[in-house]
Design a protein around this ligand. Structure first.
Ligand code: PXL
Length: 273
């Protein structure tokens, strides 16, 4: 075998919940990473039984087993970036924060999933989970990606305060890098990146589609994938947002299930290629 031909995979680790409908969660993360030519290893925090109409049941993975999944991956091949999604308990958040510190994990993108798109809380102990996120996990993150309702809950600020002064968010959330997602705004879907005390707005027009389940998961894992490929944070957000916008556009006329279907992900829509 000619070893000079051997290159390393670009890898991310996604620590998130399983979505049986495969529009969101771990399944969306794997597909997104693949579209960027990146390998996604996985640590599953919770198993959800759900379809496009909503969540039917949730069974959280034991925090010990969550820890072991992370350890199994990072002690074998250290990921170039990490994405976290559904973390269903304060213990799960602590396991992730401890692993990031212990194994010096870098390029951490935290999607602070609090409530599913269909309205189900993603933790039984929401208040403690949020507190632990803010004290233990967010300070280790490169980027936290709240939508507007999540930013309101996490910061204690009003919607107008946040939109008028997004620079308030890093202190309130204990993280220098924030991507405030505009999908829940009243008008367009502009996302605001707050990094190094500056804001950069990434604009996009609202696309009418029922198939938006998992949009936040796709965006955060696309950002992690771009960071794994060596892009700067700003470039990563730009490419990830373009990827999501095209995936929503491409999926808007497709039918899957009776509720909110998935985005349509294909690597040919990856603007980096
Ligand atoms: O889109 C947020 C999200 C994340 N992770 C899992 C989900 C959902 C939304 O339903 O089910 C597992």
């Amino acid at each position: 075998m000619d070893t000079s031909q051997i290159r390393k995979y670009s890898t991310i680790l996604t620590i998130a919940g399983s979505d049986s409908s495969a529009g969101a969660g771990i399944q969306a993360d794997i597909k997104t990473a693949a579209a960027f030519g990146v390998h996604a290893s996985t640590a599953i925090s919770s198993i959800t039984a759900q379809n496009t109409c909503g969540i039917i049941a949730i069974s959280d993975v034991d925090p010990y087993m969550l820890q072991k999944q992370i350890e199994a991956i990072v002690t074998d091949e250290k990921p170039l970036a990490v994405k976290t999604g559904m973390l269903p308990s304060p213990q799960a958040v602590e396991v992730v924060a401890n692993a990031i510190r212990r194994f010096n994990l870098v390029n951490i993108v935290v999607d602070p999933v609090l409530i599913s798109s269909s309205g189900t809380p993603m933790s039984d102990k929401m208040e403690d989970t949020i507190k632990t996120m803010k004290t233990a996990l967010f300070p280790l993150a490169t980027l936290v990606t709240p939508n507007i309702p999540e930013a309101i809950t996490l910061s204690g600020l009003s919607k107008s305060d946040i939109l008028n002064n997004p620079l308030l968010l890093p202190d309130r959330l204990n993280c220098p890098g924030i991507l405030l997602k505009g999908g829940h705004s009243d008008t367009d879907c502009d996302d605001i990146l707050i990094a190094e005390k500056e804001t950069t707005t990434f604009t996009s027009k609202r696309i009418g589609s029922r198939n938006t389940h998992g949009t936040g998961c796709v965006l955060s894992s696309a950002i992690a994938s771009c960071l794994a490929l060596g892009l700067t944070l700003r470039e990563a957000v730009k490419h990830a947002k373009n990827f999501v916008t095209r995936a929503i556009e491409e999926g808007k006329n497709l039918h899957f299930g009776n509720g909110h279907g998935p985005l349509f992900l294909l690597d040919k829509y990856n603007s980096m290629q």
